[in-house]
Design a protein around this ligand. Structure first.
Ligand code: O2Y
Ligand code: MN
Length: 605
């Protein structure tokens, strides 16, 4: 057990508030994990998959109202609205606390409360942060075992130290004798994903799903950590981390920020189409970046597992993910085959003639609806990934050579652009954008939204201070010690709406150019948007289905389009209001200058 009196007192307080029937301290053992899964199978909350086909695998089906992160119900309860900034849902901390306390009172009645001590980051690393999640969801407990370093080892490492207080309830107390449902949760208007950065506390109520409930992930490792990072001079980012090795055996590490559902897991686990090149995975979603003892920017993945999107994942699109989930995996909201295996849209095999869909209903190809929910997930330990880098748990982190940023931009943004400086790179990060997808519930699916460093839903404070912090971090490094920032866009389309770039394994060609740029071995040309591959610098040998015209479209900086882009950036900056860092406004001015005055320079015939 523990002698951490803060922890013991807090557990006491929450037990009195939430009145669970019993308290279970998670030790993180294999036996405990199996016991919880067996109990959930017995209660009907989980389905054991065919153990011949998927050893150690289980299926969960959530309530149809509880299928994704809920941004509208996610709150930053900093002391003032200004601290949360224009892009966060701010609530007055005292008011929110009062509202939520009323909901939490007696909310675990009829249920067990699980105490989950966990570490984000390798145990013993200077990068790491401790959390303790109190939850009435056994689903959360088993997922946290895969996604974090959890249980006795975390409690021992914590000792008497400080930790982020993570309180979670599905918000569905049970009366005496009341039968449980397979996925308890509360109605949308009672769901709250609340962050109190000043108290190092996360309160989540009413949802059992993913980022709303596995509080180590988005809530702690991004929203709370970003606030701490700002105070301490580091960065908590929505980024994958990969290692790239060239045919000569030289290795470099890249991080990459993409908005949700833009293929971060695929890029993190990429199998290069270029002979002799190798990608290894260090993380697929979150990177903590700080200056290492060697003066370089170093990255650590705070998570220990992947909570990946299943639909679209196949042996073609992501063979390493598919191999990772062949066993010991928890599936949520995928379809069940008659053989007891999993299936989803885009898995690469034809739809079976019959399935049980994600809502537990009979499904046939004629049903006219998805068999798996578009945000269906797999949870699996990172150690199961065949491409995992041997050094992925290095407590010092990996030295980062390049930071990639990218979104889904059907037009305007070239396949790859190198920034002109750190400041210009931060400018590019501040205006990156992507289409809104099913990973976040929103009423604007399909539209492009600006998503600074893909952190819009995850910055725990004011976005303008966040961008200022990025600029400040850059100042702490000697020239040459900082990674360079590159924008990438795999999603550019032609006039007919067809993707110009094949993506997936062919993205290695872009990684190669970036790798060689960092070594001074590849040529670039200067454009108003930044540095682009010089003619012939991008290795296109053996690339099928992309002709010269398509390459020129992929690398085109169209001046009229970019003038419109600059106007839209100005409007965006204006919308964010007073307090944008002057350096970024200067960068916008410089871009406008490079694009020329539209009155003086009519567009080319
Ligand atoms: O919908 C959810 O709760 C999952 S969201 C998620 C999961 C893994 C990695 N990234 C994300 C995201 O929304 O960025
Ligand atoms: Mn993510």
């Amino acid at each position: 057990m523990t002698s951490n009196t803060d922890l013991l007192n807090w557990i006491d307080e929450i037990t009195r508030l939430c009145t669970p029937d019993s308290v279970h301290w998670c030790d993180g053992s294999e036996e405990e994990y199996q016991l919880l899964l067996d109990r959930m199978v017995a209660s009907g909350a989980a389905v054991r998959l065919n153990q011949q086909l998927r050893p150690g695998c289980y299926l969960f089906r959530s309530h149809p109202s509880d299928v994704a992160r809920v941004e509208d119900r996610t709150f930053i309860a900093s002391p003032t609205r200004e601290e949360a900034g224009p892009t966060n849902n701010w609530r007055d901390p005292e008011e929110l606390r009062a509202t939520m306390l009323a909901l939490y009172r007696g909310c675990m009645k009829g249920r067990k409360m699980y105490v989950i001590p966990f570490v984000m980051g390798p145990i013993g690393s200077e990068f790491s942060l401790f959390g303790v999640e109190l939850t009435d969801s056994p689903y959360v407990a088993v997922n946290m075992r895969l996604m974090t370093r959890m249980g006795t080892k975390a409690l021992d490492a914590l000792g008497d130290g400080d930790f982020v207080r993570c309180l979670h309830s599905v918000g569905a107390p049970l009366d005496q004798g009341q039968a449980d449902v397979s996925w308890p949760c509360a109605p949308m208007e009672h769901k709250y994903i609340a962050h109190f950065p000043q108290d190092n506390a996360i309160w989540s109520y009413g949802s059992g799903y993913g980022g709303n409930a596995l509080l180590g992930k988005k809530c702690l490792a991004l929203r709370i950590a970003s606030v701490q990072a700002r105070k301490e001079g580091w960065l908590a980012e929505h980024m994958l981390i990969l290692g790239l090795t060239d045919p000569k055996g030289r290795k470099a590490y890249f991080t990459a920020a993409f908005p949700s559902a833009c293929g971060k897991t695929n890029l993190a686990m990429l199998v290069p189409k270029l002979p002799g090149w190798k990608v290894e995975t260090l993380g697929d979603d979150i990177a903590w970046l700080r200056k290492g003892r060697d003066g370089r920017l170093r990255a650590v993945n705070p998570e220990s597992g992947f909570f990946g999107v299943a639909p679209g994942t196949s042996y073609k699109s992501n063979p390493n993910a598919m191999h990772s989930i062949e066993r010991d995996t928890l599936f949520t909201n995928v379809a069940l085959t008659d053989e007891g295996d999993v299936w989803w849209e885009g898995i690469g095999t034809p739809p079976p003639s019959h399935l049980i869909d994600w809502q537990g209903m009979d499904w046939t190809p004629e049903s006219g609806r998805n068999a798996a929910h578009p945000n269906a997930r797999f949870t699996v330990s990172a150690a199961r990934c065949p491409a995992i880098a041997p050094e992925w748990e290095d407590p010092e982190g990996a030295p980062v050579s390049a930071i990639l940023i990218g979104g889904r931009r059907p037009g305007v943004v070239p396949l790859v652009t190198e920034s002109l400086s750190w400041q210009h790179g931060v400018f590019m990060g501040s205006v990156m954008g992507s289409e809104i997808t099913a990973a976040a519930i929103s009423d604007a699916i399909g539209q492009v939204r600006r998503d600074p460093f893909a952190m819009l839903p995850f910055i725990g404070y004011n976005v303008k201070d966040y961008l200022r912090h990025w600029l400040e971090v850059g100042k702490a490094f000697l020239p040459g010690q900082l990674p360079r920032i590159f924008s990438v866009n795999w999603f550019r389309k032609d006039a007919g709406g067809r993707f110009l770039w094949p993506g997936y394994g062919e993205n290695a060609r872009v990684l190669k150019w970036i790798f060689q740029r960092m070594l001074g071995e590849a040529e670039a040309i200067e454009t108003p948007a930044g540095l682009l591959p010089a003619p012939g610098a991008l290795d296109l040998e053996g690339l099928e289905g992309v002709d010269e015209e398509q390459v020129s479209q992929l690398l085109k900086v169209d001046i009229p389009e970019w003038r419109a882009e600059a106007r839209s950036i100005r409007a965006y900056y204006d919308k964010l209001g007073e307090g944008m860092p002057s350096e970024l406004k200067d960068e916008l001015g410089a871009l406008e200058q490079r694009l020329g005055d539209p009155v003086d320079q009519p567009s080319a015939p």
